[in-house]
Design a protein around this ligand. Structure first.
Ligand SMILES: *Cc1c(COP(=O)(O)O)cnc(C)c1O
Length: 447
C-alpha cells in the first residue's frame, strides 16, 4: 500500500523551502514524507492526493472532537461576525467572562480567577512568574526556586525549559536556562518485584519531602503534570502522588502548579486529571484541547489567595504580564463550544465505552512479547517497544512513515508508541485504528 506523493510533490517542495517545520531536523525530509494536507473531517485528515489518514494523536493532542467539528465551527462563524478581537487590558467581553466563570464552576469555584495566554508554554511562564511574584508580594522574596519532576515537559520557551527535564530539548540551550530542583518521577514502571504503583508514588513523595525539609524556604512552587507525563513517553503514575504533593505544599508553604495542558479536558477519564486525586492545585495551566483544536488559547486558573496577594493600588504589586492576543474572543468562543459539547453529549461517560472497546481491540499488542509496559488511562494508550540499540534512533521516523502507508497519523516518542485519538471515534473507526496500529507494529518488527 505504498502511497505515491506525485501530485502533492509541488506543495512538499515549496514547504521544505519556505516553511521551517517545528520539532524537526529538516534534512530528514530528504527521505521522510511530508504530508501535504488539504482538509479534515472528523477523525480523518485528507491530503492533496485524496489519501486519508486517521489522526490517531489528535494533531498533537488538540483535536478532541475531530477536524472541522460543525458545532465549534458554527459557534466561531457567529462570533466572527460579532467581535473577532479586542485587547483585554481595560476591556472585557462576553466570551472571556463566560469561559472564566464556567471553568471556575468546574473546579467547584476553588480556582475562580483565570489569566489568559496564547499557548501552553506561555501559560507555564505565567504560572511561574505568578508564584514568584506572589511570594515577593507576601514578604518572602527569598522564595525564588522551582521544583519539577524528572523527565518533566512544560514547553520549550526559555522559561518553560527551566522546568523541563528533556535532554534533547534542553541541552543545546543549557547556558541560557535557569536550573530547577529536579525530583524523582513517580513513574509506575519503576515498581520492583512486590512493589505497587502506590509504593512508587509514596517513595517519590518521600524524596520530595526530604528536599522540602532541607530548602522549602527558598522554593516558590513545584510544577507537575498530573497523572501522566505525556511528552516523557506517557509516564503514568498513581494519583496518590498528587495527594501527597498537595499535603506537602500546604505543610511546607509552596505553591502547587498543575500543568493539565495535555491531560485536561477529559483525556484521562475525568474532566481534570487532578479530580482523580481529589485535590486542586494553586495554579492550573490549560491549553491544547481547550478550543477543540481550532485556535491557540491558554490560561492559568488560580485561587482567591493568589489573586488577593496582587490586589492593591500599587502598580508594581500587580501582575504585569500580557500577550497581544490575551483572551481572544474567537478562541474563547471555541472553548465555550468545546465545553458545550462536553455537557450536551455526556462526553466523559461516552469515553468510558470508547476506551473499553479500543482497549479490547488492542489486546494483541498488550500481550506481544516485543512490547513492555502496555498502559492505558482514559483515552490514552502507550507501550514501549523492545528495540535493538542500532534501530532506536530512527524508530520514530520509520514508524511515522509506515503508519502513513496504513492510513494512520502517528508520531512515537523515542521507543514509546502511543494513541491519543479524538473522542468522536465510531465503532468502525475504533476497529480500524486498532487493526491498523497492530499491522504497522507487526511490519515494523519484521523490518
Ligand atoms: C504541549 C505542552 C506544553 C506546551 O504547550 P505549547 O502550546 O506547545 O507551548 C506544556 N506542558 C505540557 C504538559 C504539554 O503537553
Amino acid at each position: 500500500m505504498k502511497k505515491s506523493f506525485s501530485r502533492s510533490a509541488g506543495w512538499i517542495d515549496r514547504s521544505l523551502k519556505s516553511v521551517w517545520h517545528p520539532c524537526t531536523q529538516m534534512q530528514h525530509h530528504e527521505t521522510l514524507p511530508l504530508v501535504a494536507l488539504k482538509s479534515g473531517k472528523g477523525a480523518w485528515l485528507f491530503d492533496q492526493d485524496g489519501n486519508r489518514y486517521l489522526d490517531a494523536i489528535s494533531s498533537w493532542w488538540t483535536n478532541i472532537f475531530g477536524h472541522a467539528n460543525p458545532f465549534i465551527s458554527k459557534a466561531l462563524k457567529d462570533q466572527l461576525d460579532t467581535l473577532e478581537h479586542a485587547m483585554l487590558a481595560g476591556c472585557t467581553h462576553e466570551p472571556v467572562v463566560e469561559l472564566s466563570e464556567r471553568l471556575s464552576v468546574l473546579t467547584g469555584n476553588t480556582l475562580g480567577h483565570c489569566f489568559y495566554g496564547s499557548d501552553g508554554a506561555s501559560a507555564v511562564e505565567i504560572a511561574l512568574k505568578m508564584s514568584f511574584h506572589y511570594w515577593k508580594n507576601s514578604g518572602h522574596p527569598e522564595k525564588q526556586e522551582f521544583i519539577c519532576l524528572k523527565n518533566s515537559y512544560h514547553g520549550e520557551t526559555i522559561g518553560a525549559l527551566s522546568v523541563t527535564d528533556v535532554t534533547l530539548f534542553r541541552d543545546s540551550y543549557a547556558p541560557l536556562i535557569r536550573n530547577s530542583n529536579i525530583v524523582e518521577s513517580p513513574d509506575s514502571r519503576h515498581a520492583k518485584d512486590g512493589q505497587t504503583a502506590t509504593d512508587v508514588a509514596n517513595a517519590a513523595a518521600d524524596k520530595l519531602e526530604a528536599l522540602l525539609q532541607e530548602k522549602s524556604a527558598k522554593i516558590a512552587a513545584i510544577i507537575v503534570e498530573p497523572l501522566i507525563q505525556c511528552a516523557a513517553g506517557f509516564v503514568m503514575y498513581d494519583p496518590l502522588y498528587l495527594k501527597r504533593v498537595r499535603e506537602l505544599c500546604d505543610r511546607y508553604k509552596i505553591h502547587f502548579i498543575a500543568d493539565e495542558i495535555a491531560v485536561g479536558f477529559g483525556r484521562t477519564g475525568t474532566f481534570f486529571a487532578c479530580e482523580q486525586a481529589g485535590i486542586w492545585p494553586d495554579m492550573l495551566c490549560l491549553s491544547k484541547a481547550i478550543t477543540g483544536g481550532f485556535l491557540p488559547l491558554s490560561l492559568v486558573m488560580t485561587t482567591d489567595d493568589v489573586f488577593n496577594a496582587f490586589y492593591d493600588m500599587d502598580i508594581t504589586r500587580g501582575f504585569l504580564h500580557s500577550h497581544s492576543y490575551t483572551g481572544n474572543p474567537l478562541a474563547c468562543r471555541a472553548a465555550l463550544a468545546t465545553l458545550d459539547l462536553f455537557k450536551n453529549h455526556n462526553v466523559i461517560a461516552r469515553n468510558q465505552t470508547v476506551s473499553r472497546q479500543l482497549s479490547e481491540a488492542l489486546k494483541p499488542l498488550e500481550i506481544h512479547p516485543r512490547n513492555k509496559h502496555f498502559r492505558n488511562k482514559g483515552m490514552i494508550w502507550a507501550f514501549d517497544v523492545d528495540l535493538e540499540t542500532e534501530k532506536q534512533a530512527t524508530f520514530p521516523r520509520r514508524f511515522f512513515e509506515k503508519a502513513l502507508q496504513h492510513e494512520l497519523l502517528m508520531r512515537p516518542i523515542g521507543n514509546t508508541v502511543y494513541l491519543m485519538p479524538p473522542y468522536i471515534l465510531n465503532g468502525e473507526e475504533i476497529g480500524l485504528l486498532a487493526h491498523k496500529t497492530i499491522s504497522v507494529f507487526e511490519e515494523m518488527m519484521k523490518s
